[in-house]
Structure formats: structure tokens, C-alpha cells
Design a binder for this molecule. Sequence first.
Ligand SMILES: Nc1ncnc2c1ncn2[C@@H]1O[C@H](COP(=O)(O)OP(=O)(O)OP(=O)(O)O)[C@@H](O)[C@H]1O
Ligand SMILES: [Mg+2]
Length: 341
Amino acid sequence: MSDAYLKLDKLTLAYGDTVAVKDLDLTIAKGELVALLGPSGCGKTTTMRSIAGLLAPASGRITLDGDDITRVSANKRNVGLVFQSYALFPHLTVYENVAFGLRLKGIGGKDLDAKVSAGIQSVGLAKFADRKPAELSGGQQQRVALARSMVMQPKVLLLDEPLSNLDARLRLEMRAELQRVQKETGVTMIFVTHDQIEALALADRIVVMLNGGIEQIGTPEEIYNKPVSAFVADFVGFENVFALENGKLATSTTSVELSAPAPQAAKGLAWRPRMVILGSGPFQGTVRGTSFAGNTREYLLDTPLGAIKAEVDAELPTHAIGSTLPFDLPLAAAAPLSRYR
Ligand SMILES: Nc1ncnc2c1ncn2[C@@H]1O[C@H](COP(=O)(O)OP(=O)(O)OP(=O)(O)O)[C@@H](O)[C@H]1O
Ligand SMILES: [Mg+2]
């Protein structure tokens, strides 16, 4: 990314002696929508708090729009933050909730009204301006929280799992809404989630974090199709992940020759269940379990390589539990991993 708008430079973040994020480098362009994705405790919220100015880095630097903001206080950074619990003021109307921060900045009169009305409009809540939060659905409250941050015209808007309180249908709606608002306003947005589907659907780029560091940065397509490590592969659904040693698939107990040479630089190979070919191939497996998943049927096989998960068209003839059948892990379909651990 050449045009750095927000830049995290060797950022190390700690709570007392506990280092939560170590030497993190990340560059984000203006107008980008970046998702931070990773398991619980990997440092997503900690990273967001440091960008917002709520946690001073142990070391490293944060620059925003050309300014070093590492030591700038939270209220002078022009960074918006929407948390999972969006904490609207219950006694204020939608209008007054959205107006709150602007009033604090000394904005009033026609200027205030224009900004608040536009903000409420942009999240589709014009009809609800006079309601109190308790008279709104979860998704509507979420949109108020979004409007409240957006009207401040932050340089960066940080959203920390803002959709996790919503049911599945509302989540989908809000996801689309977020994407629309972001594209319309061009605000630079960092979005935290541990839902990979959400990250894939929303983001321009995804940052996969693990143990306080970055595992991989890439477009949704890159992360989904070209995971670089065993962790990312498994995280995005390559459920059959193997280390490569001397060109052979290695498991804890054995190593297995491939039907063709593996890519030179690869340290591991990974296959999605639907990439596994059942019914033909050089390997043998015994069906340990099977489950029907609508269009497809999933099989769990006991094999010399360990457990293998395969997914095939549900209309194909079924294989009984206990039966032994050939299968293949086609090399052409495999994702080559540059790191295995
Ligand atoms: N106030 C705190 N004091 C001490 N340690 C903390 C504090 N907050 C977080 N941590 C630790 O820092 C690490 C990163 O936490 P963080 O909240 O950033 O994780 P996260 O990626 O946001 O996880 P989640 O998906 O569960 O929200 C964890 O190991 C956590 O236990
Ligand atoms: Mg968190």
C-alpha cells in the first residue's frame, strides 16, 4: 500500500507486564475498509484501543494523515469508535443522541440540524428521530451508534464487533448498510470481527491476527484462496492441512508420498473438504462418520494421514460407515503454505 493514511509502526502494546500485541506493522490507505480478523484474545480490541488513543503503546508509532499521533490524547485524534455495546443515552432521542458529540464541539443552530438530519438520513432512520433507544430494535440502535460516530466526520472510524449483538438476519442487513455508508462517505474504516464470513463479505483487505501478531494481510480473495500459513488455512475452511517434509506429506506418525512433486517452496499443503476426491485415487480411507448438509454430504475418513474431511455432492451414492474407499488429494487444487506451524 503506497498511500499510507493510517500507519502502525512496530507497535507493541502491553497491559502491565503482559504483552498483548508485539511489533505490529500495518498500513491503511484513505477510504479503505479493513477487517481485523482473528480468534479471541489475539489482540484485535487492544490494537483498536491504541489507534483510538485509549491505550498508550509500550513502543512504536502511530501516524494518521501525516501526523504522529502516538502521544496525542483520544479526544484530539479525530478517530471514531463504535463498540459492541454501543451505549446510547437511554433518556435522549435518536436526534439528541446523534447531536451529542457535535454539541460538545460547540456546533449549534442550523449547522447542527443539517449535520444531524443528514446523519440520521444516511442510516435510514429519518422517521425515528424522536424515538428513544428503548423504542428501537437492536439493529436500529446500532445504526444510531453508527450515525453518532459518522456525524463527527472522523478520519478513521473503528468498529469493534459492532454486529455481534444482532440476530443473523439483522447482521446481514447491517453489514450491507455499513458497506453502503462506507462507500458513500469514503470514510476509512477498521472493522473487528471473529467471523470470517463477515470479514470476507465486507472488507477491501483483511488482516488476520494470531497471538498479538499479523499472520496474513490480503484481499478477501487472497485470504480465502491463498492462505499462507496452516492457521489461516484452517481458519478459512481448509480443514485438511498437512506439513510437507522432503516433498512428502508429513503427519505425526507417518509420511506419505504424493502422486506428483509438491511445489518447491511449500512448507505445507491444504485442501478444503470439497477438494477431496472420493471414490478414486491412490489413498485408502475408512468412513468413520457421515452427515447430510443439504446440497452436499460430508464424510470423515480414517486414513494413514489421520482424519480427512471430504465433502461431495449429496446426490452421489452414499458410502456406509465402516466401508473402505479410495480417495485423492489432488495436488492441483491444494493451497501451498509458505509457513507451517
Ligand atoms: N485490561 C487488560 N488487562 C490485562 N490483559 C488484558 C486486558 N485486556 C486484554 N488483555 C489481554 O490482552 C490480550 C488481547 O486481548 P484483546 O481484548 O485485544 O483480544 P481480542 O482479539 O479483542 O479478543 P476477543 O475476540 O475475545 O474480543 C488477551 O490475552 C487479553 O487477555
Ligand atoms: Mg475484542
